[in-house]
Design a protein around this ligand. Structure first.
Ligand code: DLL
Length: 433
């Protein structure tokens, strides 16, 4: 199995840690001198760049969270001037304000390199034709995957999301050999392929899926249904986008591109680093980023780490399949959604009461969302048409707020369960184990 950049992916741990240490010192200096917010944050804990001399000083540095990105919206954490930023992406923030990230030309090159390494790790070569069916746009999935495929030398078909029939037609007509999309979407595509009697008409042999939590069972199900190899790719916009880490043919964890991103696992209770193998929150420090370098960014993703050499020959640390998140962020059809975004949208409407319940399920492998909303009694004496109008309007308001369609069900006042303690607004019936 080929390795794209053996010099970086297979170096000895000593060599790698030495490189990481040097890059960390440089990145901290860069951030201190170019981002006022970080400078103040470091000064607040009495830190100067000279205090960080290598990896051993990492835990002196304060953490960064999504709140820091929100407070500095939109460009406050950018370290490079606008004239050097060649691209912007964004994802959902906790209160509706987007998390905005910017890339310099060099950042885009590093990103393409990382996705290329991941793809080659999954067996992709220039002989492949890859359909990218992640959304193109502010979401990092589409364009991130796209540049990586091109850099590999393979042929990219920029499908984006939304038209399964066309995707399958082109898969057959073009002889596509690979696909990149969310795992739940691929299961949906697979069902359509089977139903349409198209399985023997496609040449698909590899899929690289991510952007949402999924299980090993789902991965195997995809492999068996489509007779292909299926891999798990991870990433987040704050750090880069897809390609921060990816599975290899041994499926024993996702290799982190450690020369660019320094991983730590911290305890959710004490917020201090924990031993390899133990499950905690994944934290990343970018090592080479220019646009928006982040120091000790708390991803809220729960996993464990293994730094032993993999059977594939790579020495980079592997993170285990994700065990969930430590915050309330939902990933619905690959889109990040915070319940607070739905709440804020409902509160803007005068007809709704501040009681709602979000019910998430997975039907035919696609996430479904029903939002039950209490509305004032008087609406139930109105004509059915009025109720339907109101339902559609609420659906539109929510769709505008979170970017995906939901089904709204109006319920009478006091129907939804009231909690005595922390209110519960989400029932997630999907199974991720
Ligand atoms: O989802 C980037 C991406 C695109 C990754 C395409 C892979 C493929 P965000 O929209 O910022 O970025 O969402 C990041 O999605 O913190 C995880 O909670 C979740 N996530 C991403 N990949 C995986 C995965 C993209 N393979 C958030 N398994 C992250 C489980 C994943 N969760």
């Amino acid at each position: 199995m080929a390795i794209w950049n053996e010099a970086k992916e297979c170096m000895s741990r000593d060599e790698l840690e030495n490189l990481q240490g040097k890059r960390l010192v440089k990145q901290v200096n860069y951030v201190y001198h170019n981002v006022e917010y970080y400078r103040k944050k470091m000064q607040a804990v009495g830190l100067e760049p000279g205090d960080i001399r290598g990896l051993e000083d990492l835990n002196k540095l304060p953490y960064t969270t999504k709140d820091d990105l929100r407070e500095t919206y939109p460009f406050g954490l950018f370290a490079a001037p606008q004239s050097e930023i060649v691209r912007i992406h964004a994802s959902s923030g906790t209160t509706g304000k987007a998390t905005v990230v910017g890339y310099t030309r060099h950042d885009i090159d590093v990103w393409s390199e990382c996705v290329t390494r991941a793809l080659v790790q999954c067996g992709v070569s220039k002989n492949d034709i890859i359909q990218v069916a992640y959304g193109y746009g502010l979401f990092t999935g589409g364009l991130g995957a796209h540049y990586g495929v091109e850099n590999t030398g393979a042929t990219v078909v920029p499908m984006s999301t939304g038209n399964t029939k066309k995707l399958i037609t082109m898969m057959k007509d073009f002889g596509a050999t690979g696909i990149m999309c969310t795992p739940s979407y691929l299961l949906h595509i697979a069902e359509n392929i089977i139903e349409g009697g198209d399985l023997d008409k496609i040449k698909l042999r590899v899929a690289v899926c991510g952007a949402e939590p999924w299980t090993e069972k789902m991965r195997q199900q995809i492999e068996e249904t489509l007779h292909i190899n299926c891999f798990d790719i991870y990433g987040l916009s704050e750090i880069m986008g897809p390609g921060v880490a990816c599975d290899c043919i041994y499926h024993k964890g996702l290799h982190v591109q450690e020369d660019h991103f320094l991983p730590e696992i911290i305890s959710r209770d004490t917020l201090t680093p924990i031993a390899d193998g133990e499950v905690g929150e994944l934290v990343f420090t970018t090592l080479t980023k220019e646009g928006i370098p982040l120091i000790r960014y708390r991803t809220k993703d729960l996993t464990s780490i293994d730094r032993t050499k993999c059977e594939c020959g790579r020495t980079t640390a592997r993170i285990a399949r994700f065990k969930g998140r430590s915050d309330d962020m939902l990933i619905l059809r690959g889109v990040n959604v915070f319940p607070s975004q739905i709440e804020a949208a409902l509160l803007e409407m005068s007809e709704t009461l501040p009681h709602y319940m979000i019910i998430v399920d997975r039907v035919n492998n696609l996430d479904t969302v029903e939002v039950q909303v209490e509305v004032e009694e008087r609406f139930f004496s109105d004509e059915i048409r009025e109720l339907e109008n109101l339902t559609r309007r609420i659906e539109n308001v929510i769709k505008t707020a979170i970017g995906i369609a939901v089904k709204v069900k109006l319920v009478e006042p006091k129907t939804l369960k009231r909690e005595e303690g922390k209110s519960v607004h989400v029932i997630d019936k999907r199974v991720f184990d």
